[in-house]
Design a protein around this ligand. Sequence first.
Ligand SMILES: [Zn+2]
Length: 164
Amino acid sequence: MAWKIQVNAIETMDNVMKRGIPIASRCCLCKDAAENRDHLLWQCSKTEQIWSWMCAKFNTQFDFTCIEDAMKKMKQRSKLIKDIWNSAVIATIVAIWKLRNKITHEEKDLNAKFCEKMIENQVKVTARLSKATGYNNLEKLKITREWQITTSSTNHPTMLLEAP
Ligand SMILES: [Zn+2]
């Protein structure tokens, strides 16, 4: 699956981050903690806001601290939701890393909006490419509306309460 390739890319990036971030430096986002990979991705108050924003659009909560747990969260959902969730998780990690690099090296005044745009674009592309079909249920409709994506799924009035 495409996202597995992306996860490998993230793991590679993760190693670069482990080597690349001097442990002693301050986090450039919150300026409140020592910067390391775990802080930046999962613990920083600034990136927590980005994760919470992303999770809210999936009607869920930011309660994971690694990629594996994040990927598990939508396991029970329909294929389309799983597809766009996985891509949103990866996009969030990539966006946070890019934001960190940009703030460190060039544009100091970038903020969470930069990440939100990247995540939204990625979700839209994934939704377009997803081969997922099947009926819409209420939750699926709510989530696709949140992300402003159109799907090839069918509306079926009797399926509105379809089990997840
Ligand atoms: Zn921080």
